[in-house]
Design a protein. Structure first.
Length: 291
């Protein structure tokens, strides 16, 4: 099978061709610009690829209600030109194939459940912590949407006692994304996170916020795996800090060996690495083809 995949990020788009074995056969990336420029690049890439379906995992918020006339569109993003953009309709004018459509983090969660760190499990939560913060939820073998779709990057968090940073979210100020996304780290400390040493106090504060979100997800959703991806999580010293803080917050309340004895295997990096989003989009396309 030849499945088209689009990982539509706020900073860059990645387009690729994958198959049912979870292999990427071809890929290309380009900056996320205004829709008319970006989508012209997408269409040009797929023009001669003869794909059987296309899966799209995109930045949000999005309309994921298939009964809505606005299904397949971006909604309230602040990205110039993208608010209200009819993403799927633009593609459908060019390619008459089945489409899978979801958020980029839901796609990554599906990719990890299909081929990655959560393979063989019927639930997982995937957080991406990078330019923004998002959460994808896979539960009982299905991606969760509900009223809209998960927006786990915008949950409120308790402020760290040594953190006076005001937060960067244009909607909520000091929500999880406003306090823990890559731009928040840079604004707070004056340099990119990748330039801070592993023992810098930034990472204790970062772990404090991430762990609150994870503990909340554990208590509310009881996922069988928690996966942390995105550029900020390339700082691998964060993982033991986050795990320790989660244990501190839960304080023995959730009596599962996965947490009390094996948390190193419970809160993990993506098994698919930086391909989680693109392969998740392949998985969306495969599901659409199956329908």
């Amino acid at each position: 099978m030849r499945i088209g995949a689009i990982e539509a990020g706020g900073t860059k788009f990645v387009c690729g061709i994958g198959n049912e074995s979870g292999e990427i056969e071809e890929r290309v990336s380009f900056p996320t610009e205004r829709p008319e420029t970006t989508m012209a690049n997408v269409i040009s890439f797929f023009r001669d690829k003869r794909v059987e379906a296309i899966g799209v995992g995109t930045f949000g918020p999005i309309n994921a209600d298939s009964s809505s006339p606005a299904y397949g569109s971006i909604t309230t993003t602040p990205k110039p030109g993208w608010a209200g953009y009819a993403f799927l309709d633009t593609l459908k004018k060019e390619f008459d194939v089945p489409y899978g459509w979801d958020t980029d983090v839901n796609a990554a969660a599906l990719g990890e459940a299909t081929w990655g760190a959560a393979k063989g499990l019927d639930s997982c939560v995937y957080y991406t912590i990078g330019t923004g913060v998002g959460a994808g939820v896979y539960a009982e073998g299905k991606l969760v949407h509900g009223l809209v779709h998960p927006e786990g990057g915008h949950v409120w968090v308790r402020r760290h006692s040594r953190d006076a940073f005001e937060g960067l979210c244009p909607y909520h100020g000091d929500c999880l994304e406003g306090m823990a996304a890559g731009p928040a780290i840079e604004k707070r400390w004056g340099v990119k996170g990748s330039e801070l040493p592993a023992d810098h106090p930034a990472w204790e504060i970062e772990a404090y916020y991430i762990a609150q979100a994870i503990a909340g997800a554990v208590l509310l959703l009881s996922p069988k795996k928690v996966i942390l991806g995105g550029g900020v999580m390339h700082q691998r010293q964060l993982f033991p800090l986050v795990r320790a803080e989660v244990l501190k917050i839960l304080n023995g309340y959730v009596q599962s060996p996965a947490i009390t004895q094996e948390i190193d295997a419970y809160i993990v990096p993506p098994g698919l690495g930086d391909n989680a989003g693109l392969l998740g989009s392949v998985a969306l396309g495969l599901r659409a083809l199956g329908r």
